[in-house]
Design a protein around this ligand. Structure first.
Ligand SMILES: [Zn+2]
Ligand SMILES: [Zn+2]
Length: 333
């Protein structure tokens, strides 16, 4: 059996016996779940086009993979937005700041000269050994290089009648860990994101670290962000407030297609997670890469979203930012 097959089978067993996602012990759950609901459901997307994959270790030709992923993502996003409209389900789009940009140019041969650069590093997913962190930036515009910019898709999200949220995923999909990224570097990236988002009238409040490189939390808080998502485990639980004021949302599951599972099993599994959230009075945090296999938007999510819609009397469905607003209205002693 291949490694993937073993992992997928194990995951089914752990899911069946209720070991994953873990269910956190019931606390005073009404502090976390708005009346009269029984559970909270948040869905976020790591919206990044080619920026996420350009240093991936999962391919011999990372740049080609990056561009292929970006093209799939561009096809998936409008379909995703239609499903969201059909079932009125909002998503928190953690967006790479460069996607807000319409066009950019090199100045004296340097892309985005105002931004500091990461030094060479390696993590679980990426290896950066290149000449310059922005070496792949085409420095053209969204029409010539639609894999690196997408003000058009951002407008589409904003024009939707569903109240989506645009969040932040750094400007250039950097590794945010404290030993790789200085506070000054993250600050510069965040400020660039805020500057670009402002042109669309957007205030960025929600953050997702690229590649789960959790770090620099105090900088996030200082720059006005209110929440972030983590991947330490898969859990149906409750958000945690850090001393710096940030809310942490632990992930429950990723919307992703596994070849080893049938479409029906995927649908069953996501619906079952929502049922478990309702039963345990917990917060369910789904997330996805919009560059996933198109079968997810074509066959899996329509059924899952229909199920969510039918359970809206029991499940509060909202964005990360919207949920934080509700949390902050509560008294925290
Ligand atoms: Zn650029
Ligand atoms: Zn990412």
């Amino acid at each position: 059996m291949s490694r993937n097959k073993i992992k997928s089978s194990l995951s089914r067993v752990n899911f069946f016996i209720g070991r994953s996602p873990q269910i956190e012990k019931k606390v005073d759950w009404k502090r976390f779940i708005p009346e009269p609901y029984k559970a909270v459901l948040l869905i976020s997307a790591d919206f990044e086009l080619a920026w996420a994959w350009r240093y991936t270790k999962s391919s011999q030709d990372p740049l080609k993979k990056a561009i292929d992923k970006a093209r799939i993502e561009r096809e998936n996003v409008p379909i995703m937005l239609r499903i969201c409209e059909q079932y009125n389900i909002p998503i928190t789009w953690a967006t790479v700041g460069h996607l807000f940009v319409e066009s950019c140019k090199r100045s004296n041969g340097v892309a985005h000269p105002e931004l500091p650069r990461l030094a060479h590093f390696e993590n679980d997913f990426w290896r950066f050994q290149g000449d310059d962190w922005f070496e792949h930036d085409p420095c053209t515009d969204f029409k010539s290089s639609p894999e690196w910019y997408c003000p058009d898709l951002i407008k589409m999200i904003l024009d939707s009648h569903v109240k989506h949220e645009l969040g932040c995923h750094t400007f250039s999909h950097i590794d945010c860990r404290d030993n790789v990224c200085t506070p000054e570097l993250l600050k510069a990236e965040l400020q660039e994101c805020k500057k670009e988002a402002e042109k669309f009238g957007i205030e960025l409040k929600s953050f997702v670290h690229p590649g789960h490189t959790i770090g620099n939390l105090d900088t996030l808080s200082r720059e006005g962000f209110t929440n972030f998502r983590t991947d330490y485990r898969n859990v149906l639980g409750y958000p945690k407030k850090h001393n710096n004021g940030l809310w942490e949302f632990e992930q429950t599951a990723e919307f992703v297609y596994r070849r080893e599972w049938s479409v029906d099993y995927h649908i069953y599994r996501y619906k079952e997670i929502i049922k478990r959230a309702i039963k345990s009075n917990t917060v369910c945090v789904f997330w996805f890469h919009p560059s996933f296999d198109p079968i997810v938007v074509e066959k899996i999510l329509p059924e899952v979203f229909e199920f969510i819609d039918k359970n809206k009397d029991q499940v509060w469905v909202g964005t990360h930012g919207g949920y934080v607003e509700w949390l902050e209205k509560r008294k925290w002693e």
